[in-house]
Design a protein around this ligand. Structure first.
Ligand code: FAD
Length: 341
């Protein structure tokens, strides 16, 4: 981030003014005030976009890659048959459930900084906090088995952990209701005890942070503008991307697009074979009712058209190569012109 600050401070076309912006500007602007956006501006954003569309905390459940879930163990079904086939269910018998609860209760929790302490809301308590209320609490909460009959046996299991499809391509699966502050090493150990997830690849670890972020799919256009205010764009972590590089590229894209909008051109987004294109597709297509921030991961990319030999490493190398080729093509064909480098 020091390098980004240096480049911005030294850029001949940028005048850097420091100070708090307390209201959304009337003219063209990109708002990228991050996870700790100040109170006054937050209020102004909420007034513009609706109270419920700016959250102050995230509550992220782990996300797994489809290919790593053992489908010989899981079964597809939605509760009482309602809601389509967007759920995979991991069945637990009583012994497995009890062992899972023991491991969850014994696991270490990430303590975080003082400013990152979050109040817990009843609707989205961390899974480990729920488990501390009683050994059966999860069986009546996120692991309740009712309405989920195993299609092979017609039986109801002792407990069920549900995975919900997170993206349209069905590559990313979210462990529903398992928002957590467990340390990463504990998540690897404890959540892999769930039948079907023994070898699961975490595309995203669970987390709960202080984090101001907008409900992008509910309120912003595909490139992060406000409907009816095409010269007002949001970028960075405030839009629901997470991480240094994600935020930097989101800011770059917003800058390019605001320039295009002001010169009468259509805004652009790289294809979903590139990481930023995949991330923007997620922001646009995620379910607004369950929207949570996302960082870069391979599940966001369009799958390769053909099988690649050599396992996950070789597949990822091929995905990376294709992404690099395509971002270069996109840049050369769509963006590159005098003054933009
Ligand atoms: C402790 C910690 C460790 C992290 N480690 C990593 C890591 O290892 N790798 C990684 O990829 N990511 C990491 N992250 C996440 C990363 O820092 C963020 O994703 C990224 O910085 C977000 O960039 P941004 O530009 O959107 O927001 P920010 O970096 O937060 O920048 C926004 C700026 O806007 C300012 N601002 C807020 N309100 C106003 C206002 N009203 N007027 C004017 N200015 C305002 C803020 O003070 C801030 O300077 C970490 C985050 C934290 C908190």
């Amino acid at each position: 981030s020091a390098e980004v600050t240096r480049r911005i401070s030294e850029h001949p076309n940028i005048m850097l003014l420091t100070g708090e912006v307390t209201a959304i500007p009337d003219g063209p602007a990109i708002i990228a005030t991050g996870p700790l956006t100040s109170d006054a501006l937050s209020q102004s954003v909420r007034t513009l976009l609706g109270e419920q569309n700016l959250a102050f905390f995230d509550a992220i459940a782990p996300i797994f890659s489809r290919e790593s879930i053992d489908e010989n163990v899981t079964f597809a079904a939605s509760r009482y048959g309602k809601g389509g086939a967007d759920y995979l269910n991991c069945p637990l018998d009583q012994n497995t459930y009890e062992a899972f609860i023991d491991a969850l209760l014994a696991a270490d929790v990430h303590q975080g900084h003082d400013w990152d302490q979050v109040p817990y809301f009843e609707g989205c308590l961390p899974i480990e906090v729920m488990a501390r209320r009683g050994r059966e609490t999860l069986r009546f909460g996120p692991m309740r088995p009712v309405g989920l009959l195993d299609p092979e046996t017609g039986r109801q299991h002792h407990a069920v952990a549900q995975l919900r499809m997170e993206d349209r391509a069905g590559q990313m699966w979210n462990l529903v209701g398992f928002q957590t502050r467990l340390k990463i090493s504990e998540q690897l150990k404890v959540f892999r005890m769930i039948p079907g997830l023994e070898e699961a690849e975490f595309l995203r670890f669970g987390a709960i942070h202080r984090n101001s972020y907008l409900n992008f799919p509910a309120r912003l256009t595909a490139h992060g503008a406000v409907e009816g205010r095409e010269d007002l764009l949001f970028a960075g972590q405030l839009t629901g991307v997470e991480g240094y590089t994600e935020s930097i590229v989101s800011g770059l894209l917003a800058g390019l697009n605001l320039d295009r909008i002001l010169t009468g051109e259509q805004p652009l987004i790289p294809p979903p074979t590139t990481m930023i294109g995949g991330l923007y597709r997620y922001l646009r297509e995620a379910d607004p009712a369950n929207f949570q921030p996302m960082n870069a991961n391979f599940g966001l990319l369009d799958p390769l058209p053909e099988r690649v030999k050599g396992g996950r490493k070789a597949r990822r190398a091929a995905l990376s190569r294709r992404a690099q080729e395509q971002i270069n093509v996109w840049w050369a064909e769509s963006v590159s012109r005098p003054g933009v480098s």
